[in-house]
Write a protein that binds this ligand. Structure first.
Ligand SMILES: [Zn+2]
Length: 226
């Protein structure tokens, strides 16, 4: 397999509504936030793991395009990522296949998504202690009393914060040219859905601004999602 090109994609991830990418329960300190966001272990600055972006792109693309029966769009299988490992499967070629029946010709995962770090303006604010994280309280409404109970604090990156993101995309000889389009469609689907946790409750609306591929501007809003 001949590697023809490695394309470079970059842009700005703009947080439009509080972003909650959970840090996992093993980092909870006594008296600390019980739903903290993931932060850099040394600087404590929030960041967006590449795996969160890549995983959300893949799951949305799979349910939107790849995992459906003809004429309908419905979930099949057990809710797991596609593992067919075939050279013609966009999900497995673009995002990787952890399958033992993997086609010998499938080659390396095409898409690499780097962790997105605070853009320089917001990093400066953070360094000066002027970028506090948001603590949002969520409740359960008692069905009879109609009052909110059991408030739990949810930490979020506040709306308005921006991160720099970048990705690389490998093109091998014989690859379907539409594979790269699925990267754009995946980003557009995240804009229409949400990133991180609690998306159905208002968190994680984002926009990918200033997207460029090898320096050429890409207009995500006009991506055709048919
Ligand atoms: Zn597959």
């Amino acid at each position: 397999m001949k590697l023809e090109k490695i394309k470079h994609l970059n842009g700005t991830l703009n947080v439009l509504s509080g972003l909650h990418i959970g840090a996992g329960r093993d980092v909870i300190e006594i008296g600390g936030m019980d739903q903290p966001i993931i932060k850099h272990p040394i600087t404590s600055a929030p960041y967006v793991p590449g795996s969160s972006i890549k995983g959300k792109m893949r799951s949305l693309l799979e349910i939107y395009y790849f995992i459906n029966t003809p004429g309908t769009r419905k979930f099949v299988g057990e809710g797991k990522p596609c593992g067919c490992g075939e050279r013609t499967c966009p999900a497995c070629v673009i995002f990787g296949a952890a399958s033992d029946k993997k086609d010998i010709n499938i080659g390396p995962t095409r898409l690499l998504v780097r962790d997105a770090m605070l853009s320089s303006h917001h990093q400066d604010l953070f360094d000066k202690g002027e970028l506090p994280m948001e603590v949002k309280y969520e409740n359960i409404i008692h069905r009879v009393k109609g009052v909110a109970e059991h408030p739990r604090p949810l930490e979020r990156v506040p709306a308005g914060v921006t991160f720099d993101f970048s990705m690389s995309f490998k093109v091998f000889e014989g690859d379907d040219p539409s594979f790269l389009d699925y990267v754009y469609k995946g980003l557009r689907l995240i804009e229409l859905d949400a990133l991180g946790g609690c998306g159905s409750r208002g968190c994680g609306q984002v926009r990918f601004d200033n997207l460029a591929c090898d320096g050429q501007k890409v207009d995500l809003a006009s991506q055709n999602l048919d």
